[in-house]
Design a protein around this ligand. Structure first.
Ligand SMILES: [Zn+2]
Ligand SMILES: [Zn+2]
Length: 177
């Protein structure tokens, strides 16, 4: 585990690349095509910067550029987009519906990690949400209990969850923080 963090910055393709591929996906959904200019406008960045990233993504076979300079996702690119979108969506729902975080926080934090999570974690989260949103009596109880629960986090010796100094020393932590 000790060297894992080093790989975060090298994750391929990068977070930025994934957003370029997502832009191609969304533009195809919306307009049926995606040109360099559309992608630049969608991402609100310069055409020059978009073109550098798109070239790299084309070389790695995540997308193709046709003779009219329209971009298309390859199967590999499409898989990457689907997987990142699924993970973002399920993480967002977990953050907002289970942890009861505000929508903007849930959305932003989900965006930050969508490309870093393994598929295994994504699948487990989907499974967990399926259970959490079910009408099983024990789940209804759990949801109610969690809504009323406040966690006191004061000293490492007592809280058993924090590892160094207590994260929220002295504060009561409820679902709303
Ligand atoms: Zn993102
Ligand atoms: Zn603590």
């Amino acid at each position: 585990m000790k060297d894992v963090w080093k790989k975060f910055d090298e994750t391929e393709p990068s977070h930025s690349s994934i957003h370029h591929l997502m832009a191609v996906y969304h533009l195809h959904q919306k307009n049926g095509y995606a040109r360099g200019i559309d992608i630049a406008n969608y991402l609100n960045i310069t055409r020059g910067s978009v073109s550098i990233t798109l070239t790299k993504l084309r070389d790695k076979n995540y997308l193709t550029e046709d003779e009219n300079k329209f971009y298309h996702l390859t199967e590999q690119g499409q898989q990457l987009v689907s997987s990142a979108l699924n993970k973002r969506h399920i993480v967002k729902r977990f953050f907002s519906e289970v942890l009861q975080l505000p929508a903007e926080v849930a959305e932003l934090d989900a965006c930050k990690i969508e490309h870093l999570l393994s598929n295994e974690t994504g699948e487990k989260l989907i499974c967990f949400m399926g259970y959490y949103l079910s009408e099983k009596p024990e789940v209804l109880n759990f949801r109610l209990g969690f809504q009323q629960f406040k966690y006191k986090c004061q000293s490492v010796a007592e809280c058993r969850l924090c590892e160094s100094d207590c994260f929220f020393s002295g504060k009561e932590i409820s679902k709303t923080g």
